[in-house]
Design a protein around this ligand. Structure first.
Ligand code: B12
Length: 453
């Protein structure tokens, strides 16, 4: 028996003006290249949970319409889904189903909208694949594939049971980075969040030994890897992560992750991040206006409470030689046309090394989706292809859609120009020259094997 595991790869936008502009901006192009090539961790995980008697083939499709050859020697096809590429995934599923090759779909989009997906495939997996995939395979082998596999209760999978993803199925030469998941979910509940919180309402962490084993499996195929932690919010539990980072110091890797601003409050953690090869962290700052953060996070209004410490926190983290990629979202209810200049100024004053800007986007299954749908503020409902964070799919409250698009283009041009990008980079390097938090490690690095930036 042979299973085709198919991921839709690459990045997406339908915003033609932005795409055109993006191509002219070196910093944009560079960053696009770095992230666009990541493989599908979900499918590599499923491959690891597939009994050896079943052959698996991992494939990536960047553009379904350009695909001239679709192998048809599979007994079953498994496709992973995000909203932005769901129509492409449905097209692919339809093609296989027409050839009488049953298709199974899983992932964030179909977990939010299983009935929609069922129209295009034999079976829909709702929730964490690790729990449901073995049942599904056993049913399939017995000729009894069910239309739906539902995880109950959602998020109940224990990451202590996680298998090592089949990194050996990849050609490491075509990736800039490989991913490892060290946690799933997030204790905070941002209204717009469409990440793994959709799978696991509870925040959970993977044991240190498991993470290290995954990293070693990556090192078997790629000796000097750059690793991206595929977490929603790494470091929530500082004590646990200090233990992990102490172990990582010995692994001699370089790594990146997404986290929140609270890491700045813990110098020991920052020191361990630095020593274990952390090159950059991405933090959702969301807005340079405090009032805009009010009620973005629905559990404890946590994000708003952090606002006053933003600048100091960025400076502290960067003083350890760890660059901060600050993310700002546009189209929040409090945004007016002046917001674009405010972000420009904030980025300049705060010394942020890297910046990412996105449109507020409604994804299925999020609290924001329900609120804006009720308010009639979704431009085209179910236009999932616009769920790219780079396309506008909402009606903003305090500006027009045109103003939102114009301001965003203006900011893109100004933040990512050659001149502003190199100014940010120069400022960071200059700061490091006198940073006591960095120089210690720079000194050590000369003597040891630590990898340079
Ligand atoms: C790595 C990553 C990528 C990679 C890899 C994508 C890929 N092919 O897997 C790249 C860089 C290519 C990428 C691109 C994009 N991404 Co991205 N990406 C991530 C990131 C950082 C980690 C995802 C991950 O690996 N999770 C770990 C795996 C194990 O979880 P999982 O995929 O959900 O899989 C589990 C279950 O869903 C299920 N499952 C999944 N698939 C299947 C299939 C079957 C058959 C079964 C049984 C089960 C199953 O089992 C798995 C284990 O439990 C997340 C952010 C985050 N912190 O999570 C964003 C994220 C997934 N990306 C996002 C977006 C918006 C994009 C882009 C649209 C951006 C753009 N403008 O182009 C593109 C679209 C990609 C595409 N081609 O579809 C959103 C998706 C939101 C959504 N609900 O759709 C996220 C959540 C970030 C965000 N908050 O905005 N991305």
């Amino acid at each position: 028996m042979k299973i085709g595991l198919i991921a839709m790869s690459g990045i997406r936008t339908h915003n033609e003006e932005l795409a055109r502009l993006g191509l002219t901006l070196p910093a944009f192009v560079e960053r696009g290249k770095v992230i666009a090539s990541l493989p599908s961790l979900s499918l590599l995980t499923l491959a690891a949970l597939t009994p050896e008697r079943i052959e698996v083939e991992y494939r990536e499709i960047a553009d379904i319409r350009a695909e001239t050859f679709l192998p048809d020697d599979y007994d079953l096809v498994a496709i992973s889904s995000y909203s932005a590429q769901i129509f492409e995934a449905y097209e692919l599923a339809d093609q296989y189903q027409e050839k009488n090759i049953p298709v199974v779909m899983g992932g964030l989009h179909v977990t939010a909208l299983p009935e929609e997906a069922k129209q295009h495939c034999a079976s829909v997996v709702v929730g964490e694949g690790e729990v449901l995939w073995p049942h599904l395979l056993s049913d399939f082998e017995q000729g009894d594939l069910k239309p739906y596999y539902l995880q109950s209760p959602p998020g109940s999978y224990d990451l202590a049971d996680a298998p090592i993803p089949r990194f050996d199925l990849l050609d490491p030469n075509i990736y800039n980075r490989l991913t490892v998941q060290t946690s799933r979910g997030c204790p905070w509940r941002c209204e717009f969040c469409a990440s793994s919180i959709l799978l696991s309402p509870r925040y959970k962490i993977k044991p240190v030994s498991k993470v290290v084993a995954e990293i070693r499996a990556i090192k078997d195929v790629w000796h000097r890897p750059f690793i991206e932690f595929a977490d929603d919010n790494t470091f929530v539990n500082h004590a646990h992560y200090k233990e992990l980072l102490r172990a990582l110091v010995k692994e001699k890797i370089r790594w990146f992750t997404e986290t929140d601003i609270s890491v700045a409050n813990d110098d020991e953690l920052l020191g361990l991040m630095r020593d274990s090869g952390c090159k950059q962290i991405l933090i959702g700052l969301e807005s340079p206006r405090k009032a805009n953060l009010n009620n973005i996070e629905l559990n404890a209004n946590w994000k708003m409470k952090q606002f006053d410490g933003y600048r100091e926190a960025i400076a502290k983290i960067q003083s350890y030689g760890i660059t901060v990629d600050g993310c700002f979202v546009f189209g929040l209810d409090g945004d007016t046309p002046e917001i674009f200049e405010e972000v420009y100024d904030f980025v300049k004053d705060s010394g942020l090394y890297e910046v990412q800007i996105t449109f507020l986007t409604v994804y299925p299954g999020t609290p924001l989706y329900h609120r804006l749908k009720q308010a009639g503020r979704i431009i085209r409902d179910e236009a999932w292809e616009l769920c790219t964070n780079l396309d506008i799919n909402i009606v903003p409250k305090n500006m027009t859609t045109q103003e939102l698009q114009r301001g965003f283009l203006w900011l893109t041009e100004n933040l990512f120009s050659e001149q502003t990008t190199s100014r940010r980079r120069r400022a960071f390097k200059q700061m490091l020259k006198t940073s006591p938090n960095f120089s210690r490690i720079a000194q050590q690095a000369k003597e040891s094997t630590l990898i340079q930036m």
